[in-house]
Design a protein around this ligand. Structure first.
Ligand code: CMP
Length: 141
């Protein structure tokens, strides 16, 4: 993206494990200190229908039923971040899916020891960001 392009947006979920562990501030501060902007934020519990829509590409996978239980099992914080190349920048800050393998210095690498309870979800492409923002913050569409 050129420096003249409008900033991208990414949909981020600070997952129920992070809320339960009192890590919302820690996670948010990493995004803020990087220079990203918070365009929208809500504290909410995901219901089954939203879980199935949000994770549409995973609903047939073996790991989906426990993932759904985990993601709907307590409140999370959903937010929209914006900034230059925010999708790639956020994924770099978050780290690899499996917290046991994620690099030190990343959120998951520093704070998660799980493949499922990995603290944060972040959009993986501009198409998924658009779709996910539409699900969580339709008013931003
Ligand atoms: P997320 O970025 O939210 O996208 C899909 C989620 O499924 C992922 O983070 C993990 O929480 C979970 N996940 C992905 N792969 C596995 C797996 N092999 N076992 C358990 N959970 C997984």
């Amino acid at each position: 993206m050129s420096s003249n392009s409008p900033d991208e947006r990414s949909l981020v979920l600070i997952k129920p494990d992070a809320v339960r562990r009192g890590l919302v501030g820690e996670v948010l501060s990493r995004f803020e200190r990087k220079g990203l902007r918070i365009d929208a934020m809500v504290h909410r519990t995901m219901d089954a229908a939203l879980a199935d829509a949000h994770y549409a590409e995973h609903v047939d996978k073996a790991f989906y039923p426990p993932l759904k239980d985990f993601m709907t099992g307590g409140p999370l914080v959903a937010l929209v971040l914006s900034g230059d190349q925010v999708i790639d920048v956020v994924r770099g800050l978050v780290g690899a899916t499996d917290g046991r393998r994620a690099a030190a210095g990343t959120i998951r690498g520093d704070l998660s020891l799980s493949n499922r309870e990995n603290l944060v979800h972040a959009s993986d492409s501009t198409d998924s960001a658009k779709r996910e923002i539409g699900l969580w913050f339709p008013e931003l569409g």
